[in-house]
Design a protein around this ligand. Sequence first.
Ligand code: UD1
Length: 421
Amino acid sequence: MDRFIIRGGRPLKGTVTVASSKNAVLPILGACLLTEEECTIRNVPQLEDVRTMLRLLRAVGAGVSVSGRTVRIRAPGPLEKQAPYNIVRKMRAGYYVLGPLLGRFGEARVSLPGGCAIGSRPLDLHLKGMAALGARVELKHGYIDARARKLRGAQVSLEGTKGPSVGATANVMMAAVLSKGETVIKGAACEPELVDLAEFLNKMGARVEGAGTAEVRIRGVAQLGRAVHRPIPDRIEAGTLAAAAALTRGKVKIRNCRPEHLVTVIDKLRQAGAVVETRGRTMLVSARARPKPVNISTASYPGFPTDLQAQFTALLSIGRGTSIITENIFEARFMHVMELNRMGARIDINGNMAVVQGVERLCSAQVMASDLRASAALVLAGLVAQGKTEVLRIYHLDRGYERLEKKLASLGAQVERVSSG
Ligand code: UD1
């Protein structure tokens, strides 16, 4: 299992390029199952979750060819309608084959997924959406079993008790594009990754309108065809790098990002005292002092993303005062806090709130990564901790960041990956 060894204390300086969005690429790869023609996805990030998704597509019978960062998928069929547990358990987004298989073949069996341990993550809204389109959905032996003779357009609300669901919105969108009639999703999630998915589906010949708003309309078509697509930049990677720049009091130019997808995040960086300049698809982030305290409350888009909560907790752990961080999306998403406290942070958890009393400095320690974004937070903390920090179980990080250590090292950080069997 790989680990990172980080020697902290160097401000990050230089230019770094953001990869394509993991959360945009994963449903788009799933959507390639909707047609028998070849789809080409360019600039695909080299991530463990992407490799898992490609393994899953091969397992259901799609032809997958990878050449550098270009991935070509061809699924002429017949396909297996079952997404097996041994693949889906590695990644929650394995459910993204459910909508496409059900939509195209009227049949899908998908193992209940794995993913990060950040709290209970039900799939009721996915199932509700499929049922609204006319599928008979059952949970059997750890699998979701969905069947329908022909999906029919319907009106469905996907607003859950915790707000809208990104995954359910994407899945229902993918199931509905080949259904008969019109589907209206109310309470849809508005994340930019869903706009990107809709753009890809429309390139394939689908008729999806309103993605990025709370009401998405899908007019079913008889079949879809080939498409070529380059997914949007990863706003979470960009936000992570921006937090790292501010935390280390560095100056980093972040290329290939969409500042318009990061409005709330940029606002919080500025409140913390960082200077953020945006020009086109570039963002320049610098800071000269310890961050000012900032209160953050996670919300669905365009609110502050839960996927950046851990990294900003690390940033504010050395703030000049007390910050309050409220996690509204995933109840157990404070796994990084105990580890940050072992590095000298002073953070108390109170329900879904973390009270972060800024300390002057963090100290090094051996820490354990528990989930994807928590791992990033620990790496960031290591960049400013005095001495040698070891972050164990880096495989979580590799699920969603492409060689983060290389990007950080190119900005002057001392980060080394050590493999130990
Ligand atoms: C996606 C992202 C993940 C991000 C999350 C929230 C991908 C692959 N993953 O996850 O990185 O942290 O959005 O922005 O894109 N919920 C239900 N019932 C459901 C589905 C969800 O109650 O059927 C709840 C969840 O428990 C959670 C909230 O809704 O509290 C949001 O979850 P959701 O948006 O579905 O997250 P994911 O799509 O799994």
